[in-house]
Design a protein around this ligand. Sequence first.
Ligand code: CTP
Length: 399
Amino acid sequence: MDRRIDGSRVVLGVCGGIAAYKIAGLTSTLVQHGATVDVIMTAEAERFVGALTFSSLTARPVYTSLWDAPERIPHIRLVREAQVILVAPATANTIAKLAHGIADDLLTTALLAARIPVIVAPAMNSAMYEHPATVENLALLRARGYEIVEPERGFLAERESGIGRLAPEERLFEALANALARGETFRGERVTITAGPTREAFDPIRFVSNASTGATGIALAREAALRGAEVTLLLGPTHLEPPAGVRTLRFTTAEQLYDLALAHAVGSDVVIATAAVADWRPHERSETKLKKSDDDLHVRMVRNPDVLAALGERKGATFLVGFAAETDDHEAHAREKLARKHLDAIVVNDVRDERGFGPGENTLALLWPGDGRRELGTAGKTMLAARLLDAITELRRTR
Ligand code: CTP
């Protein structure tokens, strides 16, 4: 009995591919390991395997349509009760629908409503798998945090050899077991994340700000929620959407963030400060738009409070993680902040040439006292968020 699987609730989404029959074997294995499995089949999947195969293995109804009587909308309940969904085999068509938010059958509707980890295991002809449309759709899903279990090379249904064979049962099982284990790492814990820039106005329409978009903090909030945390996101001015299922409180200025942090972050189990807080604010803010004259404008700037340092002074049992935005002498500056702000760990973020801001890839390393260091590598922000939370989980265990 695998501990990670025993007692879990799993949804399997089976699409119409020849490999659909292999999911019967996986279903049986999961049931033997103590999982409660609900199977959703697309109409095409039913052409390859009978629903009776799955209902016999799971001893539960199999869902094939949005309109299965007597329950009219099973999709919301199914994904609410489950801890993880595996789509296997995932056809090019279902992958495309997922990537573009199309919900025209029970499986795609359930997936659109899902706030739990989604694993996608593609299986198809090599030409379809390598088509730019499929490649881009899978990249979109990855960027949104879906895990893709890559297909393998081998003999395909078309009697030719190539990439596109569904990953073997052991890999699907491991992906599910790991997602379930990860989903428990922050269960019942309070995690507070600060994210985004601040804006410090000197008249009604002009302000001092920076290039932060909050993307890293939003990715961390989403990932922590997927791992079971009760997440509070303190989010500055950004056009990016906060994740669903996360309590989000908005700020504009550093002083507002300071007040929110003291009210909501103190006493959290974990705090991650990704916000790019302005160190200074204009001394005065004109009530009316400043009119230009031939003179230069002098705006006197005064110091803002250091939010993270204030949290460091009230640390208690909180595991406190900062970000260090650096353009030079990265490690030395980051280690100085680690000590000065009483942090448990700090992430070094290279921000030369506005690197590290907005969408796209970033390169991060995590440092902790006693010369501790772990490279988080170069990757998209979703992937980096997952790696950072893995590293924090390990560090907290060793304390
Ligand atoms: N931070 C904060 N409040 C501030 C300034 C920074 O909470 N007023 C936090 C950031 O969210 C980050 C960490 O402190 O987690 C380090 O921020 P950074 O801008 O790299 O460093 P500063 O402390 O501002 O130092 P410097 O500007 O000298 O690099």
